[in-house]
Write a protein that binds this ligand. Structure first.
Ligand code: NDP
Ligand code: BG6
Length: 506
């Protein structure tokens, strides 16, 4: 996890980046803008070339034009970057090529290999290659086999393989996918992307915990009452019904993004800050998660309502959704980690589409004082000490504490110590910039190891098979009321820190 401020051309070996799925949404919305931004910010133009691959036929010129339009549509903080390559078209013309793989026959892979070797020879590259699979899940296995059979899994330089989530759809398919990957590539060559790990604020969970002994000393069952992880999205499923209706919230968000957050919040200090040490500790947390039971889980599905100030359809009315579908668009879970540190502390996880607002937060609620001296005080607000990690939007931390409010009668008020990233450091890098840079420099810390992916599926697969019916919730709400029953036995309540007024609320 080399941080971006030390990034630069010296750290990146010259290489060819081969992107499968280079006409798709991920490439256009995220990858090519992030690559362009890296080039300009860290002078990487002479460090790498890109060969886009898809089944469709396309000329190099058309691929360059498509990429240029994508970059222009997503300009992020380009103003302070200087003049070189200020026109993205200049970089696209120099650095981008395209090759069709057709239906993936052996001859198409031979042609791909020839094209790679010709580009490398023409530009004096020594055979360092990244294969980035921005592909629909069903295309991953055949593509990996195609690369293996055509001798592209290894080269005279280094070869790295990047795989996008989902890593399977249950434990069985995750194991099968890893078998396919390991049939052609060695684990150290493989970079499984969970883009949440690329978010600067997610990485900072580790820095916050392990660079600040003040907090680490209270990071345990003796001081912490409960931990909540909320990943709320205001958007619906958009045009992704074909994928989403077969996936749902548990597969799409909980197994990966929320579980990564859980692991980072709960893990023990690693023996060092290197990739394997950190990943070892994350796997141990997953192994310590108590088997879930159906009554630890509440699913929901959005119905029509008001979102972002306009009327929106319910999930069942979205184009492409199977009539009567029971796919959950919301999931809430009560998780226990059976370790010395966390015994008895509930971790509440929830995520959903079409919720009240877009917001990702971790709320750590500390125990109240052992003796209440201020019983006679009136209280405004209901919380004592809560630490909110605000991962998006308005990234930062808020620590809530009680003060006495000046008044004619004794009164407690909740106030906060607040830190905002943007105020301190300006805008944060996009997750894909961080992750692409890490692949280029060979840093695997922020990528998911095979055992980690399998272990996460092992925890959730029984809940996928338990046929839990989703409860309806109106679009624009915080999810189904039934999710409160996960917290009520301990008298807990869902909490997030709302950006508008800063008040703790639901
Ligand atoms: P799209 O459907 O938009 O694009 C898929 C791309 O793959 C197209 O370029 C398509 O072109 C190509 N393709 C499909 N089948 C093959 C094949 N057999 N061989 C070679 N190319 C093929 O998907 P996305 O870009 O949205 O998603 C790609 C992956 O990234 C998925 O795994 C998704 O889960 C993941 N992801 C996407 C995110 C996003 O923001 N879009 C965010 C996080 C993850 P053609 O049809 O010409 O072959
Ligand atoms: C993706 C999911 O992995 O993450 C999407 O497939 C979801 O359904 C997205 O919308 C959320 O990412 P972010 O970065 O917008 O929180």
């Amino acid at each position: 996890m080399e941080s971006l401020p030390v990034a630069g051309p010296g750290a990146v070996d010259r290489h060819l980046l081969v992107v499968f799925g280079a006409t798709g949404d991920l490439f256009r919305q995220k990858l090519v803008p992030a690559l362009y931004h890296l080039v300009r910010q860290y002078n990487l133009a002479d460090r790498f070339l890109i060969l886009g691959v898809a089944r469709s036929q396309m000329e190099d010129e058309d691929f360059r034009a498509l990429s240029r339009v994508s970059i222009e549509g997503i300009s992020r903080g380009q103003a302070q970057l200087g003049e070189e390559y200020a026109d993205p078209g200049d970089w696209c013309d120099e650095a981008l090529y395209f090759q069709s793989i057709g239906t993936g026959e052996a001859h198409a892979y031979r042609a791909l290999r020839n094209r790679i070797e010709r580009i490398e020879a023409a530009h004096g590259l020594s055979g360092n290659r990244i294969f980035y699979l921005a592909l629909p899940p069903a295309a991953i296995g055949p593509t990996v086999r195609g690369l293996g059979a055509s001798g592209l899994a290894h080269s005279a330089g280094w070869t790295r393989l990047v795989v996008e989530k989902p890593f399977g759809v249950d434990v069985e398919s995750a194991v099968a996918l890893n078998r396919v990957l390991h049939g052609c590539f060695d684990e150290p060559q493989i970079y499984r992307i969970d883009h949440y790990l690329g978010k600067a604020t997610v990485q900072n969970l580790l820095v916050f915990r392990f660079a600040n002994p003040l907090f680490e000393s209270v990071w345990n069952r003796d001081r912490i009452d409960n931990i909540q992880i909320t990943v709320a999205e205001a958007v619906g499923i958009g045009q992704r019904a074909a994928y989403y209706d077969r996936s749902g919230a548990l597969r799409d968000m909980v197994q990966n993004h929320l579980t990564q957050l859980l692991s980072l919040v709960a893990m023990e200090p690693p023996v060092s800050f290197d990739a394997e040490a950190i990943r070892d500790e994350k796997v141990k947390i997953l192994q310590s998660v108590r088997p879930l039971r159906p009554d630890d889980v509440v699913f929901g599905q959005y119905t029509a309502g008001q979102a972002n100030g306009r009327s929106v359809s319910g999930y069942l009315e979205e184009q492409g959704v199977t009539p009567g579908s029971v796919t959950p668009t919301y999931a809430a879970l009560r998780v226990f980690v059976d370790s010395w540190r966390w015994q008895g502390v509930p971790f509440y996880l929830r995520t959903g589409k079409r919720m009240h607002s877009r917001l990702t937060q971790v709320a750590v609620t500390f125990h109240g004082p052992p003796v209440t001296l201020f019983k006679s005080f009136e209280r405004s607000g209901r919380q004592g000490n809560v630490l909110y990690f605000k991962l998006q939007p308005h990234e930062g931390f808020d620590l809530l504490f009680d003060v006495q409010k000046p008044s004619d009668h004794p009164q407690l008020d909740t106030r906060s110590l607040a830190f905002a990233y943007e105020e301190a450091f300006g805008s944060l890098p996009d997750a894909y910039e961080t992750l692409l840079y890490d692949v280029m420099t060979g840093d695997r810390t922020l990528f998911v190891r095979s055992d980690e992916a399998e272990e996460a599926w092992r925890r959730y697969t029984p809940m996928l098979e338990a046929a839990i019916s989703p409860h309806p919730y109106p679009a624009g709400s915080w999810g189904p009321k039934e999710a409160e029953r996960l917290l009520s036995p301990r008298d807990h309540e869902w909490t997030v820190r709302l950006p508008d007024n800063g008040d703790p609320g639901i």
